[in-house]
Design a protein around this ligand. Sequence first.
Ligand SMILES: [Zn+2]
Length: 95
Amino acid sequence: MECPHCQSQKVIKQGRDSLNDGTLVQRYQCKESKKRFNERTGTPMARLRNDSQVVAYALNARTEGMGVRAAGRTFGKSHTTIMRWENRIAQKAQH
Ligand SMILES: [Zn+2]
């Protein structure tokens, strides 16, 4: 296990976290950067979960009338990313 923040291998176990869906994940603290994280942090899975949340918020804001550039700024993504998400979801809806 390495720290997702500074890639240090000097991490110590700090008990367990339970996620919203009830899964237990090992919690760690990095001895170098003192950051806390769990085994899902920094994995593609964690990134995907975060992103899909951001996508949901951003697209919701878009349906509320927020412009694509404003949505990008608000959610820390480029407007091309927002448009890509919209296209992807539009394509899914057609099938
Ligand atoms: Zn670290």
